[in-house]
Ligand binder design. Structure first.
Ligand code: FAD
Length: 506
């Protein structure tokens, strides 16, 4: 590569999966002047693996979802890093608020009703102009009315379906399924194969080590090929992209500033929603603003509880909480009302004494604001209310707080009815901001033949999970988006092949 290309300064905002994938890919293309600015004091963004209990837990991304056409799976399987989690989220027990455990024959039939094959859902939603919520409700009650289901107690079916909706909301990160576009749901492509592959005793951070070539290094804090290329505690507050010299100026909250030839923005859609009007100078084009407003971003949180020993039966993989209407009045309009949206607790791989609970929507955001003691007491209330064993006091506790953290403002993106109404999508969000310039000299082109002409130079590029057309809300979507933007720059400079990078070459 000619020196000029090596030296183009590329700044990536955000050291999550997308930013790290982008930075490492740019180095592979031969770009040298690559810098990542990260607002937090750690790497990984919504990948956040921490020590806990007998091993580690993931506060954010936990599983590699699928095998076929999944770039994370492709990377990890070369090193045998993934393993099946098994049917933890299928074989769960359904427990009512009077401590009754639904008999298998009832629970399994209700599960079968909601678990209608993905193919049916895929086919039917194509013609659905309404919300995922109305589709699923119609479908559930239609099937419940079938003669073979006539013996299922209607009250129990309602309780089950209320709980199931909360589970689906956790998958989408929506507050209600009425927000979620039925047709938009199909934009997401599920990769074939096992969708709950865990990272054994390593946690999802292992993917970052893989990307940075730092797995073999001794210290966990070693950044491999990104050593000295990531600045932590650097929050960008303004991206000035309209300068005469077609460079981009970044202003940081700590008073520092820097100039770059290209900036790649990988901050979450939640951050863009909250900050885009101040973050970009001048403001973003209308189509981009519409994408930021129209694509949806919601909150899901986890609650990890460690016990001195497992108190649940061997064959329980987890349990969902089915509230009886009359019991809900015990918590509604009280300080415990938020507990209604904790929908279940499940086992965690490599953690024999830990249960992971999930909480959705406004109640999940509210939980983030409560003192830890209150959240623990709330969980213990649930355990004791729903289970008939004596429950020991927990010895460890952690919850995620993805919404209150200004560097995330939520968990992941989905397609809402607003996305439909505004006719926007990930493609609009991914569109780079460009300036007109002369085509760059390319090392791969025959210079004697090469005529310079005017072209659009991408100066602000957009990565991150929400810019992925079909794999949004996942890590594989984030990684692909990072690679896509690295390739955009490589293509701009006419660089075709990637070169191998090792730490010693830097
Ligand atoms: C609870 C939860 C569970 C999940 N489970 C899974 C799962 O099992 N499997 C899966 O595939 N995906 C899962 N996901 C989704 C997955 O974690 C994300 O899609 C992916 O990690 C997003 O990566 P990203 O690089 O696009 O964004 P991020 O990880 O959000 O990275 C963006 C980075 O930008 C930084 N930043 C923000 N603002 C600024 C600023 N102004 N200046 C500088 N830096 C800034 C942030 O600190 C962050 O580090 C889950 C997410 C959550 C929250």
């Amino acid at each position: 590569m000619s020196r000029s290309h090596r030296d183009h300064k590329i700044v990536i905002i955000g050291a999550g999966a997308s930013g790290i994938a982008c930075a490492t890919k740019l180095l592979e293309y031969g770009f040298q002047n690559v810098l990542v600015l990260e607002a937090e004091d750690r790497l990984g963004g919504r990948i956040h693996t921490i020590p806990f209990g007998a091993n580690v837990i993931d506060m954010g991304a936990q599983w590699c979802h699928g095998e076929q056409d999944n770039i994370v799976h492709e990377l990890a399987s070369k090193h045998d890093l993934l393993e099946s989690t098994g049917p933890v989220y299928e074989n769960y027990q359904c427990v009512r608020s009077n401590r009754e455990v639904l008999p298998d024959n009832v629970a399994n039939r209700l599960k079968a009703i909601v678990g209608d094959s993905l193919v049916t859902r895929q086919l039917e939603l194509r013609h659905c102009s309404g919300s995922l919520g109305s589709y699923l409700s119609n479908k559930f009650y239609e099937m419940l009315r079938l003669p073979e289901n006539a013996d299922i107690d209607q009250v129990i079916a309602d309780e089950f379906f209320d709980n199931y909706k909360k589970f689906e909301n956790s998958v989408e990160a929506s507050d209600t399924l009425e927000e979620v576009s039925g047709r938009g749901y199909l934009n997401y492509w599920e990769c074939e194969g096992d969708i709950l592959l865990n990272w054994k005793d390593k946690g999802y951070v292992e993917l970052l080590r893989l990307l940075m070539h730092s797995r073999e290094l001794k210290s966990d804090s070693d950044l491999g090929v990104l050593e000295q290329r990531v600045l932590f505690n650097r929050s960008v507050k303004c991206i000035n992209w309209n300068r005469n010299d077609s460079r981009v100026e970044l202003q940081l909250t700590n008073g520092e500033s820097c100039l770059a030839d290209h900036v790649i923005v990988t901050v979450s859609l939640g951050v863009l929603k909250e900050q885009h009007l101040q973050l970009f100078e001048p403001k973003l084009p209308v189509a981009k603003q519409r994408a930021i407003e129209g694509l949806a971003f919601g909150t899901v949180n986890k609650l990890f509880v460690e016990f001195p020993q497992a108190f649940w039966p061997e064959d329980w993989t987890g349990f969902t909480l089915l509230w009886r209407e009359e019991d809900l009045s015990d918590i509604r309009n009280t300080s415990r009302a938020w507990l209604e949206d904790v929908f279940g607790f499940y086992r965690v791989s490599y953690q024999p004494n830990v249960l992971a609970g999930w909480i959705i929507n406004a109640n999940g955001r509210h939980m983030e604001t409560l003192p830890e003691g209150e959240v623990i007491a709330g969980c213990m209330y649930l355990f004791r209310r729903f289970l008939h064993w004596s429950i020991p006091e927990p010895v460890g506790f952690r919850t995620s707080a993805w919404y209150t953290n200004e560097h995330f403002r939520g968990s992941y993106s989905f397609r809402s009815m607003d996305t439909e109404r505004l006719g926007t999508g990930a493609g609009d969000l991914a569109q780079p901001l460009t300036v007109v310039t002369m085509t760059p000299q390319s090392p791969s082109r025959d210079k004697s033949l090469h005529q310079q002409s005017r072209c659009d130079k991408p100066i602000v590029l957009f990565g991150g999970e929400a810019t992925s057309e079909h794999y949004y809300s996942t890590v594989h979507g984030a990684v692909e988006a990072g690679w896509r933007e690295a390739k955009r720059l490589a293509d701009f400079y006419g660089l075709s092949g990637a070169v191998n990078v090792t730490k010693s070459q830097l």
